[in-house]
Design a protein around this ligand. Structure first.
Ligand SMILES: NC(=O)C1=CN([C@@H]2O[C@H](COP(=O)(O)OP(=O)(O)OC[C@H]3O[C@@H](n4cnc5c(N)ncnc54)[C@H](OP(=O)(O)O)[C@@H]3O)[C@@H](O)[C@H]2O)C=CC1
Ligand SMILES: O=C(O)C1=N[C@H](C(=O)O)C[C@H](O)C1
Length: 271
């Protein structure tokens, strides 16, 4: 019998955690070996299959991340920045692939991943879908083709439980646009406009965030010129697109050299 890839999921009771459990269950190349939740969570000590309303699957939810990773080949992590940093150290100790979907990490937190990445494969992206990663490439190309006569604005919409803004995807798209323009995003980023902001600065890349209802994730990159606008748009209507991408990354990472990778590497879209 062929050995399939053992997956541990952190933040397993979350929106993405539960979606990942479903994706792993239906993928013939992977099987679930561990499920992690925060200490004190209702699900701790319970069978994951049962607590999700189905048949028992023998995976007991634990707060002990190291124990949950013992049999794993990869951990898929859509949680919160500080939790992700802690899981990165545990995954590096275990020598397994760490797929990070968590957004809202600061530049300093992201820099801290370089240490565990010396010992494990880390694949991190603010959006794991094929469509958004393709959109970053299109954004880079359009930004390179147009000059600053076209104002770049990134508009993102998400559900009312999202805690970070701009979204990780919006920042990926902003980075791609800045790269196309040959500038650093930090130098031209303009987010959170409110009050008497003054006229728009030429060359800025603007961000706007909408939060409401159950919107899964929508992103527009607008190039607004005099008399015309180009809008590149991605709409996610099902979180399965993110979970499928994350699982693909976990499988892709097997046998790779330690280091930091992104979904462009996984999807072969780099360059
Ligand atoms: N890269 C991508 O493609 C995508 C990224 N995301 C990102 O993934 C993250 C999670 O999103 P979502 O699933 O919607 O959020 P949820 O709030 O639904 O889920 C997050 C889960 O992580 C758990 N968690 C937080 N801290 C810890 C900890 N220290 N130890 C164990 N578990 C912890 C939470 O537990 P508790 O409820 O107890 O806090 C919760 O179960 C966000 O950053 C989001 O932006 C989302 C979709 C796609
Ligand atoms: O929190 C979410 O839900 C999502 N987060 C990611 C982001 O910040 O871009 C990806 C997706 O848009 C859903």
């Amino acid at each position: 019998m062929t050995q399939t890839t053992g997956i541990t999921i952190t933040g397993v009771s979350g929106r993405m955690g539960q979606m990942l459990v479903q994706q792993v269950a239906t993928n013939p190349k992977a099987h679930l070996v561990g499920a992690v939740e925060r200490a004190g969570h209702d699900w701790i000590g319970q069978d994951l299959g049962q607590v999700m309303g189905g048949a028992a699957n023998g995976v007991i939810v634990t707060a002990d991340a190291a124990a949950a990773m013992i049999e794993a080949d990869a951990v898929i992590d859509f949680t919160a920045p500080l939790a992700t940093l802690a899981f990165a150290a545990v995954a590096a100790d275990a020598g397994i692939v760490h797929v990070i979907g968590t957004t809202g990490m600061s530049a300093d937190e992201i820099a801290q991943l370089s240490l565990p990445a010396k010992r494990s494969v880390i694949v991190r992206a603010g959006n794991m879908s094929l469509g958004v990663n393709l959109l970053t490439q299109l954004t880079r190309k359009v930004a390179a083709a147009l000059d600053e006569d076209f104002d770049i604005e990134i508009i993102e919409s998400h559900h009312n439980q999202k805690v970070d803004a701009p979204s990780g995807t919006a920042l990926m798209l902003g980075e791609a646009a800045a790269e196309g323009r040959g500038v650093a995003l930090a130098d031209v980023s303009d987010s959170g406009r409110d009050g008497i902001t003054g006229a728009r600065k030429r060359g800025d890349i603007g961000f706007s965030a909408i939060r409401g209802g159950d919107i899964v994730g929508e992103h527009d990159v607008m190039f607004a010129g005099a008399g015309e606008r180009i809008v590149l748009r991605h709409i996610a209507s099902d979180r399965a697109v993110f979970a499928r991408g994350a699982l693909k990354a976990a499988l892709w990472g097997q046998g790779r050299s330690p280091g930091e990778y992104d979904m462009l590497d996984v999807l072969g879209l780099n360059g």
